[in-house]
Design a binder for this molecule. Sequence first.
Ligand SMILES: Nc1ncnc2c1ncn2[C@@H]1O[C@H](COP(=O)(O)OP(=O)(O)OP(=O)(O)O)[C@@H](O)[C@H]1O
Length: 218
Amino acid sequence: MLLRVTDLHKSFPGPDGPLPILRGIDLEMRAGETLALTGESGSGKSTLLHLVGGLDLPDSGTVALDGTDIGALDDAGRARLRRDQVGVVFQQFNLIPSLTVASNISFQARLGGTEDPVWTEALAHRMGLADQLAKYPEQLSGGQQQRVAIARTLAAKPRLILADEPTGNLDEATADRVLALMLELAAETDAGLLMVTHSQRLAARMGRELHLRAGRIA
Ligand SMILES: Nc1ncnc2c1ncn2[C@@H]1O[C@H](COP(=O)(O)OP(=O)(O)OP(=O)(O)O)[C@@H](O)[C@H]1O
């Protein structure tokens, strides 16, 4: 199993004590599966994504990636697992201003030692970024920057892609095209894709949909 989440609980401090956000989440994903995570604003979607990616730790419960319990790893082990297996696309693009678009796209793969120039170039073309490669992030539109962030994640060929509203800044037609491409590329690399979205239209195009309500999967 690519991802196995078991009885995950997470609270944050509130004015009257801990505020439970996730109250027993179970979830499994196989390689190549695509899953939409939906739910009202504040229902805990981003929190769950952070826990799955090892960016935060749960109060209780486990997250296992390819059979490895990430809670049992030390910080360095978790960082390595994140670098080698997990790709995240968050709402903040976190592009590096001093690097060209081309270098931004290959940055993560280079860090992990998995750079594949043929794959990276194909990605840039398929993302519609071929003419932007020599530019710097500040010279791109928001939607172009978002596509660079997505390409950078896919360039490293992660086993699991975690995406938080990855097409949130794109118009409907571009969002559809970019999601289609993400689904295609995930299928080509047999990666799992767990994507938070507020859009029913996009959720319907994923393999499965999980809806978070009151801290549980409804
Ligand atoms: N670090 C934190 N400290 C305290 N409260 C937090 C923290 N992170 C999230 N929360 C709270 O947890 C709840 C869930 O937040 P989360 O961002 O997971 O929701 P979401 O479903 O992703 O929302 P949205 O759709 O608006 O992005 C919110 O009430 C939020 O205020």
